[in-house]
Design a protein around this ligand. Structure first.
Ligand code: SF4
Length: 276
């Protein structure tokens, strides 16, 4: 696997979500694609420019009415297929259905305490219990599990290792809360943390013994800016280079154009290409 090329893309299929996380930076974007043919054209184009792994994110991707069909098309085109969900709509039936087309499921969990999740807007008090239940089913169905944790003022002093040992993910991605103008302005001031506070979270949680060496990925604000190849719900290329989102039409884009929306060196540096 050539680590110098952009090999993965995040497609924010929808901004719809049943949760209301205060730090969420995908709230105001263009309209989602509701036509399978259009979705397929975008996926074919991604394949043509060398993308190997497609990660469907949101919003809550399971709220997109065509999610199952789009993951199937992706699998048929030969992508490694991943989705990141808050888990609410996942159960034994939906996980097994997805397992035919999806290789990875990412679940978002920010704390071992329901009261913290509720205060963040992540669910109504049953989030962690549910994630523990469905993580077992994800393993049982033979899918790889990733956990995403956003570190804010409410959890930066928390040791989450015990929860993670129970979840047993293949990968644990830990993200410093990121301000994106026009998306999460109202709450950012109360929830933001300094780099030192993020380092404190790392000092409490960095431990190869939890899930294995090299499987924890810590991303500071600076690592997250300019380092993702992202598509908007409407299939446009998104850049967060200037602290907000700017959209570039995907039509006619080539590898060179992608490099104008993001930094290849930052993409490589944050460990974006791994054994998926
Ligand atoms: S679950 Fe995800 S998409 Fe939904 S509000 Fe929270 S961060 Fe945003």
């Amino acid at each position: 696997m050539n680590k110098e090329c952009i090999k993965s893309a995040n497609w924010h299929l929808t901004t719809r979500c049943n949760y209301a996380c205060k730090f969420c930076f995908i709230k105001n974007l263009d309209s989602e694609i509701m036509d399978l043919k259009c979705a397929e054209e975008i996926l074919v184009k991604l394949k043509d420019i060398g993308i190997e792994k497609i990660n469907f994110v949101g919003g809550e991707p399971l709220m997109h009415p065509l999610l199952f069909e789009i993951t199937k098309i992706s699998k048929d085109l030969g992508f490694v297929v991943s989705l990141v969900s808050n888990g609410y709509f996942l159960n034994r039936k939906s996980i097994y259905k997805l397992s035919s087309f999806v290789d990875w499921i990412g679940l978002s969990v920010d704390s071992s305490y329901e009261r913290v999740e509720v205060a963040l807007g992540r669910g109504n008090g049953n989030h962690i219990k549910h994630v523990l239940e469905i993580s077992d089913i994800i393993h049982e169905a033979g899918l790889k599990l990733k956990i995403n944790t956003t570190v804010t003022r409410l959890n930066y002093a928390e040791d989450m290792r015990s929860l993670l040992m129970n979840l047993k993910p293949e990968r644990w991605k830990i993200l410093q809360i990121l301000h994106i103008k026009g998306q999460n302005d109202p709450y950012f001031g109360d929830l933001s943390i300094t780099d030192r506070e993020f380092d404190y979270f790392i000092s409490l949680n960095q431990d190869n013994a939890i899930i294995g060496e090299g499987k924890q990925v810590f991303e500071r604000n600076n690592d997250m800016i300019d380092s993702y190849f992202m598509l908007s719900p409407g299939g446009n290329v998104m850049s967060n280079r200037n602290g907000n989102y700017s959209l570039v039409p995907f039509n006619g884009i080539n590898k060179q154009d992608i490099m104008q929306t993001m930094s290849r060196s930052k993409y490589v540096k944050r460990g974006s290409v791994y054994a998926w």
